[in-house]
Design a protein around this ligand. Sequence first.
Ligand SMILES: CC(C)CCC[C@@H](C)[C@H]1CC[C@H]2[C@@H]3CC=C4C[C@@H](O)CC[C@]4(C)[C@H]3CC[C@]12C
Length: 874
Amino acid sequence: MESFQSPYGSPLNRSQSLMSGLEKTPPTCTKPTHSRSSSTASSRHSRNIKDWEVMDDLQMDMTSADILQDLTAPGICEGYLLKRRKWPLKGWHKRYFVLETGILRYSKTQQDIYRGKLHGSLDVSLAVMSINKKSHRIDLDAGNLLYHIKAKSHELFYIWVTKLSAHRMFKKNEAANQQNGFLQTVSQDTSGTGQSQMNDMQDVSFHQQFYSTSGSYTGEVATPTPSEFHPGVNRKVSAWLQQTHDPDSCAQELNRCQLDLSELNRLVQRLNVLEGGQQAFSNGELQRIISMQNLSLEKPKKSRSCKIWGHSRTLSRVDALGMVRQLSSSHLNSSSQLGASAPTISDYAPSIPDYVYSQLSPQTNTPLEGRRIQQEFITVSQRVHVSLASVHEALAQERVRLQDTYHQSTALAETASGDLSRRTPSVTDSAAEYFDANDDVLNGSSSESGESGLSDGTTTNSEPEEGHASATREYRASISKAPSSVVPKNTGRRSALPAHCPDNAHVGLMQILYNNIGKDLSRVSMPAALNEPVNLIQRLCEELEYSDLLDTANNTQDLYQRMVYIGAFAVSGYATAHYRHRYKPFNPLLGETYECLRQDKGFRFVSEQVCHHPPISACHADSDNFSLWQDQRWKNKFWGKSLEIMPTGMVNVTLPRFGDHYEWNKVVTCVHNVLSQQRYLEHYGEVVIRNLNSDACTCKLTFVKSRYWGSDTNKNEVQGTVLDQTGSTIHRFGGLWHEGIFCDTFPTPQCIWKPNPQPKDYYLYYGFSNFALELNELTPDLKPLLPPTDSRLRPDQRMLEEGRVDDCDKFKEDVEERQRERRKQLAKKGEEHVPRFFKKAVDSCGRDVWLTNGTYWKIRENPGFANTKNLELW
Ligand SMILES: CC(C)CCC[C@@H](C)[C@H]1CC[C@H]2[C@@H]3CC=C4C[C@@H](O)CC[C@]4(C)[C@H]3CC[C@]12C
């Protein structure tokens, strides 16, 4: 294993004190992670609801293997944080927090903790965790307890969030394991007496507690009849329960819906009454509404315990807004005489009761009132919509899993009978199937979540544009009708790898990732079974799979249309990610190179690992129609469940015919569910493509962040616009990054790009496309022409390709050790590694860039790499 120094000083492992803060600033996070539409999102005290996101529940979407694997407690995390004072006092005070085995304790000082003088403790697995990246705030809402905490710096915030996530997951998995143990005990008991089923009362009570509100589970499992203990069935049920999201969440969501519907009903009545000029509520009615929302009509006394008002467990700020508006519109003679200015979001700093009271003073009907009620109506109906959508999504997920389980058992039977060609469909496959079937259900609902108060955690630059969602639906339909490209047969290139990919479900990723928090993933060595037999400098070449789009651009006179092709090319590089979430590319060694000469496609490509601290891969490709170069570096952030990858280098393309020089940034890639087998990738953010030689035309691409947690129906959407100098839209295009791009503003609307069909059995070959399958192919005629540093000659990667996973592991360690040795030697001599084929330069914006030095192909031709001095990397 490589033992690289963490950019934060030292790796965060077993026990770490965060008192001193950390040294290095990670990049400012451009996008939030996933977030979940949930009304709990509103249990927070912030002026801007959009800055908050609820961290996903972590416990239930891991496979049994993950759960059984990852039972090691994450490291202790401790240090000073700011804790919000309990109501009615405002402000923050410094407290010492210790997070250990899922329990967060705090005291005034570190000494107090050790003296046992605790101020409070909370089981983090029982709390809803909301975070605000902007203000470094974390809210832990455990129903009876609510902690508002704040970190002093971005780094501390990031570490606490990650650690809290880890501990939540650990605690929940521990619980799930107990439950699993119980279910297994139960399922193993086939004696028919049912005696041992009840032996472990602890487990039973645990289970009852676990599913206390879920009648069906409790009923079935806690009081079983002997005939119910069919071992196979119970094992399946047990596995199923482990993966199922909180069974109550759907019911809760529906309950909320019901409340909202009655609120809508009342609003309609209110509108009717307004028209008739009568009073809407009697005091009795109002009281009922208020008690329903857990609001007391008593004016709060200063000394009241924070439990009543200090948090919004039952009354979110948004709910409060709705209620407040409702209340203010009624003619209630309340005891309060406080002022009654119109509510704005920024009025939300005072506590809810103060606010409510401020609104309770008598008011006269204003002409605005009808409008306000209408607005309220819209807000509540949007909330209903979002709730129903999330229930729909939860059910959809269950359906996908059900399908998957079904296919898996069929495939198992097939494997047992020796038929490997018909592979087990992946989750992605079945999800895609579902996606198509439900196309119409949720599309078109794109921009509603923002106003509803149910934060979806998106930031503006990955938010969909109004009206684009329905366009996307049409684009998809058109793309699906467009002919797929036919993969040419008999290219002489290989169409499969020598061996199938290894199963890596058993590899415990949790420990690896938690022990490397803050490190670049590209510097963390992982077991070979997690790798795919290509490396990152080869993957750079993969982004050229659809280089024909650049050829077309170079042959398109119209500058705006040309830009559409460039935009489609920028999207096309992401397509492969749809199938590539199970393995990680090899980390290139410093000085490692890769060439790809594609006469059929008309380009030649060279890449080199030019820097190790930070890891930077540079590449350059030439053809008659274009030149392309980029240097790729990326930072990753591990949020406990998902991993965000933030690339920083720019992509450059020049078109010789028009003298264009395009430059664009890359978006964030997020590996969702990184620890589980349900992993998938999402790209989000905005790409701006500029022509550095002319400002006549720019292109904006938005990779839309999926709106609902776990949603399959709005995934992978991309929206593009080509703008002229004045900012007017000339072309509009879009689609999905894994399905294709359609432009309806071309003289003839057309599909601009559609990914090639995946090869047969791609699932068995790491999800590789045909182009990816060919990347590491080593033909006898090529071998003597390559420099010995070429990735194709890297033995460990070749071993993996051949299915020799253990050999690969050993050799990989060797190779990494040798790399460390080389670095030490260089450092001793006070020298720095000098890349062979790229040179460092500074671009027009003052950024460091790596450009080709133009020597690779020349040396290759004459004198040939066999006749030069080369680095010996392995
Ligand atoms: C721990 C392992 C098994 C989980 C799998 C991680 C995989 C999915 C991660 C590891 C490295 C990642 C790649 C790192 C860098 C980039 C460049 C960026 O511009 C596009 C995404 C891309 C190409 C990432 C795709 C996802 C990726 C391949």
